[in-house]
Design a protein. Structure first.
Length: 83
């Protein structure tokens, strides 16, 4: 496998360029970071950011898989987390 193929194979499999895929992934990481920060603040000060993390998760799901209202399928977990 050529070294360039490891960077372009996945984006090409979902009909994106490397740059377009990078932009999308970085935007998702920014939303995740914001949700994590809001959840951390909420853990300490419960009356702040009461719904920010959950609304962000819903927004991320819609961005990645389509709107739930449009009947987007839930994804199967890749790995299981034991309690």
């Amino acid at each position: 496998m050529a070294i360039t193929n490891v960077f372009t194979a996945h984006p090409a499999s979902i009909n994106e360029s490397w740059a377009g895929h990078a932009r999308f992934a970085l935007s998702i990481s920014g939303l995740l970071a914001g949700a994590a920060l809001a959840a951390a603040v909420h853990a300490v000060v419960p009356f702040l950011f009461e719904t920010t993390a959950s609304r962000t998760i819903d927004r991320l799901h819609a961005l990645v898989h389509g709107s739930r209202a449009a009947g987007a399928a839930m994804i199967d977990p890749v790995e299981t987390i034991e309690a």
